[in-house]
Design a protein. Structure first.
Length: 82
């Protein structure tokens, strides 16, 4: 579960089912998001500007209807998985 410092891939699981998955390389190439493998089977995704993380986290409940700019970026670099 994410703390106040990160928004992790697990929290986006439902959205991934709908929108797909991405890679750490693709996330890091955005220049506004960074992906860090912080555990063997876990990657944390956070804004490069850490001060923007809380605003992004605050949009989780409405991410499907009014996605944050960072959510849109993740959607744009994601691929569908079965």
């Amino acid at each position: 579960m994410a703390d106040s410092r990160e928004l992790n891939i697990e929290q986006l699981k439902e959205q991934q089912r709908q929108n797909g998955e991405s890679t750490m390389e693709a996330v890091n190439k955005t220049k506004v998001l960074k992906a860090i493998q912080d555990k063997p089977n876990h990657v944390a995704v956070m804004p490069v500007k850490k001060s923007e993380l809380q605003d992004w986290m605050n949009t989780r409940s409405n991410a499907n209807n009014k996605p944050h700019e960072y959510t849109k970026i993740l959607q744009g670099i994601s691929v569908k998985v079965k």
